[in-house]
Design a protein around this ligand. Structure first.
Ligand SMILES: [Zn+2]
Length: 373
């Protein structure tokens, strides 16, 4: 699981994560509905009812965003692109689709599924509201707002700024025409950044006209879009450089290994200070038992180093992330970034093949980029 997020479990095998920032939106939506929007449109209800309807509406808003993302993810998976998780955060959701789509047609299909779902939900809630129009009923109030919000969700996502859905649709069209994913991505990301700057510009203009809350909000969305576009282009080039490369090509096989009965004093003098490695695998009879780290070492007072064994402070194998030599290098790098670690033991059948170091992957990327490979 990623940091700053709460796991809500799995739906159709896809992990759903809730970023903590999402709670702010949840409260904000419920509050603004309960004290502003509903009392204005439907006066005379008891305060508790406004809050009740506000909270239910906010939950259904969350459900609407989730439905949009699930539509992307399920469609992607149906066409053979694995989806790891869906993350819901302050601006909505992001499907963590781990690979680039296989064809322009696939990308078009799984992208359009999201806005189409939002449009459909907008129509359903709109239909409920229309059927109950003129009636002073909580369901009418709830349906009215959710209809509007789902149409907004579809509209916002169709802005042609990569990596928003609109930008992805644009990329898939350029890709279909030029047959060149790299050029299509480059163009879509450039347009994404241009759209982002327009948002920032519009925001600044509003601020100068005294509408500083709306202005700040627009500028903030622009800043977010700019980051997202730049980030997706970096991600794309990284993926392109690492495509098809396996962990075994970059692993270090002469990394120092230590036996569990070694004292910490010997560990420091004979291994840590000479190799300058901060994480060492603990091996006994050819099997990997765990790892010992400098971080763990520092938890033991220095006067006890001579009498403490490695086995007492090592992190046991069950708690250590490992990777297979045949795994994709990109997957390894993603795992390291996610777990915030700099090395991974490379393992087959509980025996250590070598260690994979992040700095070596970065050197691999840099060298290939410099040589233009
Ligand atoms: Zn979407």
């Amino acid at each position: 699981m990623m940091r700053n997020a709460l796991s809500l479990g799995r739906i159709f095998g896809i992990e759903i994560e809730l970023d903590y920032s999402w709670f702010i939106i949840f409260i904000l939506v419920a509050w603004s509905l309960a004290v502003g929007y509903f009392p204005q449109g439907y006066p005379g209800w008891p305060a508790g009812l406004y809050w009740g309807v506000g909270l239910v509406t906010s939950l259904l808003f969350f459900g609407s965003v989730l439905a949009h993302e699930l539509a992307h993810s399920l469609m992607a998976r149906r066409h053979g692109t694995p989806v790891r998780s869906i993350r819901l955060f302050i601006f909505g959701g992001v499907s963590q689709i781990t690979e680039e789509p296989k064809s322009a047609r696939d990308e078009f299909r799984f992208t359009i599924a999201g806005p189409l779902t939002s449009l459909a939900l907008g129509l359903v809630f709109g239909g409920i509201w229309w059927a109950m129009r003129g009636r002073d009923h909580p369901l009418a109030a709830l349906a009215q707002w959710l209809s509007f919000v789902n149409f907004m969700l579809a509209g916002f996502n169709l802005i042609p700024g990569f990596p928003l859905d609109g930008g992805r649709l644009f990329r898939s069209l350029v890709w279909a025409i030029t047959k060149d994913l790299r050029r299509a991505t480059q163009l879509a990301a450039a347009i994404g950044r241009a759209v982002a700057f327009l948002f920032i510009l519009a925001g600044v203009m509003l601020i100068f006209r005294g509408l500083w809350i709306n202005g700040l909000w627009l500028a903030f969305i622009g800043w977010f879009l700019e980051n997202a576009a730049a980030q997706s282009w970096r991600q794309f080039t990284l993926q392109e450089l690492l495509q098809g490369h396996k962990v075994r090509e970059v692993l270090t096989s002469d990394w120092p290994q230590v036996p569990p009965e070694l004292s910490l004093q010997e560990l420091v003098e004979e291994h840590v200070l000479t190799s300058l490695r901060r994480c060492l695998p603990v091996i006994s009879e050819g099997r990997l038992l765990g790892v010992v780290t400098v971080h763990k070492l520092r938890e033991v007072p220095r006067e006890r180093w001579a009498t403490t064994r490695v086995a007492e402070v090592m992190i046991p194998l069950e708690q250590v992330k490992t990777i297979a030599p045949e795994a994709e290098l990109l997957a390894a790098l993603q795992l390291m970034t996610q777990e915030d670690i700099n090395q991974l033991p490379v393992v087959t059948d509980e025996s250590l093949v070598g260690m994979l170091a992040r700095d070596k992957i970065l050197a691999f990327i840099q060298t290939r980029a410099e040589l233009g490979i």
